[in-house]
Design a protein around this ligand. Structure first.
Ligand code: PLP
Length: 358
């Protein structure tokens, strides 16, 4: 019953098989190999656009390098106050941009409302003493497991265009959002106004493979050098690319995401149906945020369930976590077993019944 993260599972079989296939013989180094060329073209086919693609090994590298390309050292990048780029990357975006600043804005479930961004921008002065706003970074799926609708992305993009900001998408859970919306990769990105994307694959079945997909050609100009300086240009680059070959083949990536989302949806529906439990906000992709009575939390942990506590900063106004409750995050992945969902519900239900009888 490990629902701690979608990073706790290993890699999926088609990805591992593609790695073994790529192992044969000699190949050019530093991304000049045939596998990388094929995968970069595959990205262009999937996104229906002549995008520039930079493969890297971690999501932090993808985000930090993408933001460094989009924001000058004196620039301001807006994001959600709980965004991975703000809370979980040890200052990598600031480091690789040589000084840019990240401003965290509020929003329920990790999602930024267009009005929040517009109001924040309207409140900034244009003095040379202030850092000029240069980019907005949104996470799709958000840190709270919510999914931006296409019209919400387009509304944010319109604000960005009006103020000369670049729009970055942290797509660490890109596939989970894509299958939740049932749209195309092009619709969820450049057609809605995204300039640069961190495309995640590690959480959804790869070992360590992410890509910076650049739709605005100007932002691509410096990225080859930035990636090399960051130590993210792998000498045996074929192994990074091979993971994507296995990932994309026969829509494996979409199947993985559908499975993860289906497991999370079932978990959330069955938890919400238990009297005494409530969801912090709806489950829209592969994560469930639920407010547990502490006795249920203890029973689940005692039965071996693994998951993380979560901040209540993203609760909607007026909602709060009680003193005898705890807000936790449950993450389902491509490898989550249905039996683990069943067991989790059984243990939570049993603890609630014992509480009610006491
Ligand atoms: C929203 C988000 N962005 C990016 C990442 C990627 O980070 P990492 O550097 O751990 O691959 C994660 C992983 O936890 C994430 O949740």
């Amino acid at each position: 019953m490990n629902f701690a993260s979608d990073n706790v599972m290993g890699a999926s079989a088609p990805v591992l098989e593609a790695l073994v296939r790529a192992n044969d013989g000699a190949e050019a180094a530093y991304g000049a190999d045939a596998v990388t060329a094929r995968v970069e073209q595959r990205f262009r086919d999937i996104f229906e656009r002549d995008a520039t693609v930079f493969l890297v090994a971690t999501g932090t590298a993808a985000n930090a390098l993408a933001l460094a390309a989009a924001v000058p050292p004196w620039g301001l990048c807006l994001s959600h106050q709980e965004a991975h780029v703000i809370d979980d990357e040890c200052g990598a975006p600031e480091f690789f941009s040589h000084g840019a600043k990240l401003a965290g804005l509020p929003g329920a479930g990790g999602k930024l409302a267009p009005a929040t961004v517009a109001d924040y921008l309207a409140g900034l002065s244009s003095s040379v003493k202030q850092m000029p706003p240069s980019a907005l970074s949104i996470a799709q799926v958000t840190e709270g497991g919510l999914v931006y609708r296409l019209e919400e992305i387009a509304a944010l993009a319109q604000i960005c265009r009006g103020r000369g900001l670049k729009l970055h998408m942290d797509g660490a859970r890109f596939a989970n959002a894509l299958v939740a919306l049932g749209c195309t990769p092009a619709e969820m990105t450049w057609k809605a106004g995204i300039d640069i994307l961190s495309f995640g694959a590690t959480k959804n079945g790869c070992l360590a493979a992410e890509a910076i997909v650049v739709f605005d050609p100007v932002l691509a100009e410096t990225l080859a050098y930035r990636r090399k300086r960051a130590g993210q240009l792998l000498s045996k680059g074929r192994f990074l690319a091979a993971q994507f070959e296995g990932y994309f083949a026969a829509d494996h990536w979409l199947d993985n995401a559908r499975h993860a989302n289906a497991m999370a949806r079932r978990l959330s529906a069955e938890l919400a149906a238990l009297p005494g439990l409530r969801l912090a906000w709806p489950c829209e992709a592969n994560e469930v945020f639920v407010i547990l009575p502490r006795a249920v939390d203890r029973a689940l942990k005692g039965a071996g369930a693994v998951y993380h506590p979560w901040s209540d900063r993203s609760l909607a106004d007026g909602d709060r976590v009680g003193a005898d409750e705890t807000l936790v995050r449950l993450v389902a992945s491509f490898a989550t077993r249905s039996a683990d969902v069943d067991r989790f519900i059984e243990v939570a239900g049993g603890a609630l019944r014992r509480e009610a009888a006491a």
